[in-house]
Design a protein around this ligand. Structure first.
Ligand code: MN
Ligand code: MN
Length: 315
């Protein structure tokens, strides 16, 4: 019988002590036997405005020490049926974005070769392009649930084609995602041109602007997306700036009028039943939120993502 890794209980060891791993899970030195690997990608050289996401994984881990193993709202018990560990941070090259993207792609190839589901703590959103390259290499083009204030479909920024704002145009061009099974949720803010969002819609991307979600439950929309995706493999990329800056101020490119924390929970919970093959939570920038609430929210959203992975027991 397999013994599944458990987070250290706050009743056995004070929450302010112990290892700085996600939820104080064991840190795995090898991928052997794992179903899910939580990992940090401490990168912020792909961002265009405020930096600081290099500190994201460290603070998300610190804030995750409060989270208990059972989801009292949904009944999900991820640590009862999946072998989950924190495998540490990827050794990116903080002086070279292109080299870092190569390192991320190769690291993901190794993780996916062992049939381990990767759950990433970013890092700015530029990490998602090499992740999707590896995911598509293994699974073929995937459906994409992309929650973000921004569509991240710029062609280039300062002549650079691989940045946190160009990810999903590259993913579309490279055939990494199924365009009409790509859902961009929470988009808002000002643009460079009136057509900023319409071009991606022409590719087939389905847009759910924040203003259409204000004051609404997201369960219904999430259920529609779930039905539309069916059983094809899906990747979930969660940019913390999809939330309103009132809830998540610690991020690089905040936009007002965003989702609430409750909507973020509803959206993720509605995805249960999908064939999720990987996910990330990006753009947490601790220096812009001394309260730690943004990282706390990010940690909890990552936990909620663990709760909807295939194979999770629901009690
Ligand atoms: Mn983004
Ligand atoms: Mn964003």
């Amino acid at each position: 019988m397999t013994t599944f890794n458990q987070p250290i209980s706050g009743n056995d060891l004070a929450r302010f002590s112990g290892p700085n791993t996600f939820m104080r899970l064991p840190q795995a030195q090898s991928l052997d036997g794992l179903d899910v690997a939580v990992l940090g990608i401490p990168q912020d050289i792909g961002t265009s405005w405020r930096s600081g996401t290099r500190f994201g994984p460290k603070q998300i881990r610190a804030e995750s020490a409060m989270i208990r193993p059972y989801n009292m709202d949904t009944g999900a018990a991820p640590f009862d049926s999946l072998q989950i560990a924190d495998i540490g941070d990827l050794a990116i090259n903080t002086f070279s974005l292109s080299e870092s993207l190569r390192i991320i792609k190769e690291s993901y190839d190794a993780i996916l070769a062992q049939d381990v589901v990767p759950v990433a703590m970013g890092g700015d959103h530029s990490i998602t392009l090499p992740i999707l390259r590896a995911i598509a290499h293994k699974h073929g083009p995937v459906a994409l649930v992309h929650v973000d204030a921004h569509a991240d479909v710029n062609d280039e920024m300062f002549g650079e084609r691989e940045t946190h704002g160009t990810v999903f145009r590259r993913a579309y061009e490279e055939g990494l995602i199924v365009p009409d099974k790509t859902y961009q949720i929470g988009i808002r803010g000002t643009g460079y041109a009136a057509t900023d969002f319409t071009e991606a819609q022409g590719w087939g991307f389905q847009h759910f602007p924040a203003k259409e979600l204000w004051n609404r439950s997201l369960y219904g929309m999430g259920a529609e997306i779930r039905r539309d995706i069916g059983d094809r493999p899906v990747y979930v990329s969660y940019d913390i700036d999809s939330l309103d800056p009132a809830y998540a101020p610690g991020t690089g490119t905040p936009e007002i009028g965003g989702l609430t924390t409750a909507q973020a929970l509803e959206l993720i919970r509605a995805l249960r039943g999908l064939n999720i093959v990987g996910c990330d939570l990006v753009e947490v920038s601790p220096p812009y939120d001394p309260s730690g609430n943004t990282a706390l929210t990010g940690a909890n959203l990552l936990y909620e993502l663990l709760c909807v992975l295939p194979g999770v027991t629901v009690r």
